[in-house]
Design a protein around this ligand. Structure first.
Ligand SMILES: *Cc1c(COP(=O)(O)O)cnc(C)c1O
Length: 478
């Protein structure tokens, strides 16, 4: 049997390959024809899963239980990653530590040192630094994402004279936009100091080159809505040529794409750990400060006792000596229960390795792209076609006003994706726990949902779900 059925299929595939010569689609087609299977077949998905070197990791996660006999298809790792099975016990063990030792839990007891509380942030920082391409001392795990963004902007957004502008991507994640607005206004700046730029890396670089008085450039490393992965090195070069500093929000990049924050010359960065990093809702976030910046002498760093040198911290004196590197930015002693959840999740990612995850992700997302192109040629994918400019996520745009109805029907079919108004469905197969079978099942459900929507049948609880979401409730997580 041919890998695909007819001339229309061949044309749809050609259209993708013309735009993305480095796509994994030819490899998938080869595998299908070597096995004599149709690319749409369940057998191909099963064969690809069988050959997946990371397939065992799926067993280590909790999937939402079946609903009305339907298995959950979870493609929402860009929003909230699934729970590793080990997390529960780790949290219970930490509660037990508190119950057993009280305040003595801060210090070494019988367990491994990584469980003692007074140095507990060490428990995942090595894994985290490998994940984002940083030196160990450049990374600290603390707080939540927007808090870290403020702490970093406080340290690095230092407007002086006519150098006061901050450049961000247009339509940034709202929290980043709000952080920038409030940061500028709290320094006596105005709306004119914020430059918002539409487009990809080239447009951003052009705008950076054209902006006088640039102080900081702050970009989402992978754009949350479109899924575009910007070229950090090019952004850093252009930013530095203007005498400014580059910050990256890696919320959608950490655990998704291989970052090289140190080598790319990024000045500072932050990320959350609950999307691709599976550390739980509101999990402890990360922050990166490039080694070229001595945090001990940066005047804008906000201070707390946890940034103090460890060896003398408990002398409680009034003349502080701060830790070097990103660790100096810590304010408070960290909450230990979310920290042990972070440790379990980061260990899993580290064991799988970001390079192996990326290799699988390229294939998994190409498979999703291929099946959508074959089944839904009229749907627009607003994520870049070039795999080197995106991570796991595809943002599927519905130009016919049906996205709400389709989304409701997908929810009914126990599919977890998400709707971003006005018209985009975001879908991300996470390579650590998703499989080719999930992707195929999703596209099959999508075909069914689109078909039902065309027929205009009753939308049962899909309608309610869409209404609940409009009020700000994410039905997908209930
Ligand atoms: C998810 C996300 C956030 C969320 O911020 P929290 O402080 O974790 O609530 C902020 N910015 C970006 C770019 C995100 O993707």
């Amino acid at each position: 049997m041919a890998a695909f059925a007819d001339d229309d299929d061949a044309a749809a595939i050609d259209a993708i390959l013309n735009q993305a010569p480095s796509s994994k689609i030819p490899e998938l087609l080869d595998e299908a024809s070597k096995r004599g299977l149709d690319v749409r077949s369940e057998e191909l998905a099963a064969a690809l899963d069988e050959a997946d070197p990371l397939r065992e990791y799926r067993q280590q996660f909790c999937f939402p239980p079946p609903n009305h006999g339907r298995d959950a298809i979870y493609l929402c790792g860009h929003s909230l990653g699934l729970q590793p099975k080990k997390t529960k016990q780790a949290v219970l063990d930490d509660l037990q530590r508190w119950a057993t030792y009280g305040v003595e839990g801060h210090f070494d007891q019988d367990e491994a040192p990584s469980t003692r509380w007074w140095t507990i942030e060490d428990c995942a920082e090595e894994e985290a630094s490998r994940l984002v391409g940083a030196q160990r001392s450049e990374v600290v795990l603390m707080n939540s994402l927007t808090v870290n963004l403020h702490l970093l902007l406080s340290a690095f957004y230092r407007p002086e004279g006519t150098r006061r502008k901050i450049l961000i991507e247009a339509h940034a994640f709202p929290s980043d936009e709000y952080a920038v607005q409030s940061c500028v206004s709290s320094r006596g700046g105005s709306e004119e100091d914020i430059i918002r730029v539409e487009g990809g890396t080239d447009e951003l670089v052009e705008a950076i080159n054209a902006t006088d008085g640039l102080c900081v450039v702050l970009i989402g490393a992978v754009q949350y809505y479109s899924g575009e992965w910007f070229d950090a090195r090019k952004l850093a070069e252009a930013t530095h040529a203007q005498g400014a500093l580059l910050g990256l929000d890696c919320a959608h990049a950490a655990g998704n794409v291989p970052l090289q924050l140190h080598d790319d010359g990024v000045d500072f960065a932050c990320w959350c750990s609950y999307k691709y990093l599976n550390s739980g809702p509101g999990a402890i976030a990360g922050a990166f400060v490039h080694a070229k910046h001595d945090t001990r002498s940066l005047p804008g760093v906000l201070r707390g006792w946890w940034g103090h040198e460890r060896s003398t911290r408990f002398e409680m004196n009034q003349e502080p000596v701060y830790r070097a590197g990103a660790a100096g930015l810590q304010l408070s002693n960290p909450p230990t229960l979310p920290m042990v959840a972070l440790r379990e999740a980061y260990r899993l990612h580290d064991a799988a390795s970001i390079d192996a995850l990326r290799a699988k992700s390229l294939k998994l997302t190409a498979y999703l792209e291929l099946l959508i192109a074959l089944e839904h040629p009229s749907l627009e994918i607003v994520t870049p076609r070039d795999p080197s400019r995106r991570g796991a996520q595809l943002s599927i745009k519905f130009n016919d006003g049906t996205v709400e109805g389709v989304f409701g029907r997908l929810q009914k079919a126990h599919i977890f994706a998400d709707l971003r108004r006005p018209d985009v469905l975001r879908v991300a197969p996470a390579p650590l726990y998703n499989c080719f079978g999930d992707v195929r099942a999703f596209v099959e459900a999508l075909t069914q949902a689109v078909h039902e929507e065309e027929l205009g049948g009753e939308l049962e609880f899909g309608g309610e779900a869409a209404a609940a979401q409009a009020e700000g409730l994410e039905e997908a997580f209930i």
